[in-house]
Design a protein around this ligand. Sequence first.
Ligand code: GSH
Length: 205
Amino acid sequence: MRLRYSPASPFVRKVVVAAMETGLDGRIERIATDPMKRKDRDGAPNPLGKVPSLETDDGIEIYDSPVIVEYLDHVAGGNRLIPASGRARWDALRRQALADGILENTILVFIETLRKPDRRSENWIAHNRRVIARAIDALEAEAAGLGEAADIGHLTVAIALDFVDQHFPDQDWRATHPTLARWFDRYRTRLSLAATRLEPASAPG
Ligand SMILES: N[C@@H](CCC(=O)N[C@@H](CS)C(=O)NCC(=O)O)C(=O)O
């Protein structure tokens, strides 16, 4: 398998973490890709030009990250990252979606802050930061039910909280979300997460 890879992308990180958790990481070749550079976007197998994108051993191109995660889960025999059925399945997929939303809104804020101050929309930044804050509130409300499972919900939530810490060091969410903070500070020591910390980026690629 071949993964279009950027060390600054939290969505790529999710795929690498998923590969490590399923023991598939060693079967995945990484193709360094900067999705913000035209030379890497032009002719990219994902017409959207985004990373991650995974080419399977059968030559099928798969994107985006939730679809790649589903593929890896399938290759690993199923029921590893995505519980096969019941409440656990829907919680894992919903939490992945919620955490992906935190990532997407964080990237929107980051891109906006790259603009010159006179071209920047403070309203847009505030809107996206409110979305992120609501998502973190929702996670605090269910944090007592988070455990040690290595499903895609737990893993993506940890990746999203790391990304918030990286991009908003001023946002002291731990003070107001103590149950989530306790869970996160324990869970983020998992090997797959500790081994994949993101490199700071000038752009979120
Ligand atoms: N929904 C996508 C999001 C992927 C994404 O936004 N990737 C960013 C890097 S973090 C990217 O390639 N950005 C380039 C672009 O948006 O043109 C996924 O889950 O894979």
